[in-house]
Design a protein around this ligand. Structure first.
Ligand code: SF4
Length: 352
């Protein structure tokens, strides 16, 4: 694969974040995706989120599998760590990396084929093991890299360019993640940057498994009339239920005012807050059973619900569950890993 570096010329007056970095410092190499691909908009949203959060790029671990979506980590955070794994195997590589070094912020980017077909088992176990990571599914309902065959997230009433329909039931990554125990589940649309950027920020700050299913039209193979993953379809059928208005870091004052009763703040484990505005009166974002039933009801009515769908107020993550040491395991000294033959003899004696 050939990587095309971006020219480093930038306007001298570009705004800088608290680290003295411009947004351009969060870019990667030039994208080789088709012009207009939704995945490039998600890349731009990730760059905005990381820059606005003052994330040091070298503290991020970018993980991906195979597909058009999985090429995108090359296009953002060029100074981050990265691992482009084989098809559907990103979660197990991420598990290994997270076990070895819990100090990095893990951002996985996957596609609907990579996640919902060959990688479905891996996806399920990453959720149930509660990896602390943000897992973004760039969902276009087709395999763009191999000429647009339907994927497992394609809806039965969606039509291919030649008019064929999908014979099988779809897998909804958001419903699946809620059912498997993810503690932060959201859905968004690549064409809605205002919604997507705060969701990515909150997902990166979340202490637990966070998943955002982003409908991201494939302009080459699945953006025609009859497709349910096209720009036009999403604009007509998107129903936002919980608007994540903002993610507010721990040390920052709330300077924006919102109407009383319209918004609610939820404090995260690190003292940051997410500010939510409830758009559907009967929706409880903290109830996974009700959230799943609501999403299914709306799906049967032809609506694709977006926004923050589920948030666990007391999330747990793998290292808490396993009771590991506070720092990265790769930093544990040999003397602590191997307490010596006397200690081993004592353990053996206790088992006789
Ligand atoms: Fe994007 Fe589709 Fe082109 Fe792949 S084939 S880069 S998904 S538009």
């Amino acid at each position: 694969m050939t990587w095309l570096p971006k020219p480093k010329i930038a306007h001298p007056q570009l705004p800088k974040n608290a680290l003295g970095m411009t947004r351009r410092d969060y870019e990667g190499v030039l994208s080789t995706l088709c012009a207009g691909c939704g995945h490039d908009s998600i890349t731009a949203a990730i760059i905005s989120a990381a820059w606005e959060m003052d994330l040091p790029p070298h503290r991020v671990g970018k993980m991906s599998g195979i597909g058009c979506s999985s090429k995108t980590p090359a296009y953002f955070l060029g100074a981050a760590h990265g691992f482009n794994s084989v098809h559907g195997r990103m979660p197990s590589v991420a598990t290994g990396a997270y076990c070895a070094n819990r100090d990095l912020i893990y951002l996985g980017v996957s596609g609907d084929g990579d996640t919902a077909s060959i990688g479905l088992g891996q996806f399920a176990h990453a959720i149930r093991r509660k990896l602390r990571m943000l897992y973004i599914v760039e969902n276009n309902g087709c395999y763009g890299l191999t000429k647009g065959q339907f994927s497992a997230t394609a809806d039965p009433d969606s039509k291919s360019k030649k008019g064929e329909t999908v014979p099988f039931s779809p897998i909804d990554p958001a419903l699946f993640a809620i059912n498997m125990g993810a503690s932060f589940v959201a859905r968004s649309f690549s064409g809605d940057k205002e919604q997507l950027v705060p969701l990515i920020k909150a997902g990166l700050a979340h202490k637990g498994f966070a998943m955002i299913d982003v409908v991201s039209p494939c302009v080459t193979f699945n953006n025609h009339e009859g497709s349910t993953k096209s720009y036009d379809y999403m604009r007509e059928h998107e129903e936002e239920i919980i608007d994540l208005v903002d993610w507010i870091p721990p040390e920052r004052e709330i300077t924006t005012s919102y109407g009383e009763g319209e918004t609610v703040d939820v404090t995260m484990h690190d003292g940051s807050r997410v500010r939510l505005r409830k758009l559907a009166k009967d929706y409880d974002v903290h109830d996974p059973v009700a959230a799943g039933a609501f999403i299914q009801r709306r799906r049967h009515a032809g609506e694709i619900v977006t926004g923050l769908l589920y948030l666990d107020r007391a999330p747990r993550e793998l290292h808490d569950i396993m009771g590991t040491v506070d720092g990265p395991l790769r930093d544990v000294a040999m003397r602590d890993l191997c307490p010596g033959s006397a200690a081993l003899a004592k353990i053996n004696a206790s088992l006789r």
